[in-house]
Design a protein around this ligand. Structure first.
Ligand SMILES: [Mg+2]
Length: 114
């Protein structure tokens, strides 16, 4: 049993993480925030402004992406992540793959264009 005779005391115990570990937690949080804002936009539209807010869901998604990008840069700065030097090429490839899946979805009748 923890807490007795093993040097553990809940009031003394502090959970420490490294700066990189903190950044990874923040990375996960920001990914979640982007996902949450995207879901809200799907439910209520990109143009909707949530009561009590001043920004549209579209603007809020953009800001969450900026938050996410900041953490990515910090992880890259510390060397924890090594963003690919050919990231533009990877982005182009991903865009092409998405367009291929759009084509399939269109053929299956599950996608209508905006
Ligand atoms: Mg955020």
């Amino acid at each position: 049993m923890m807490g007795r005779g093993c040097g553990y005391h809940p009031r003394l115990f502090k959970f420490h993480m490294t700066r990189t570990e903190h950044l990874l937690v923040i990375l996960a949080e920001e990914c979640g925030e982007v996902a949450q804002r995207a879901a809200k936009a799907l439910r209520f539209s990109l143009e909707q402004i949530e009561p009590g807010q001043t920004l549209t869901n579209a603007d809020r998604i953009s800001r969450e992406i900026a938050d996410l990008w900041a953490v990515i840069e910090m992880l890259d700065d510390t060397g924890a992540l090594r963003m690919p030097v050919n990231s533009r090429e990877l982005v182009a490839k991903k865009r092409a793959r998405i367009e291929e899946y759009f084509k399939l979805s269109r053929e299956l009748g599950t996608l209508e264009d905006d």
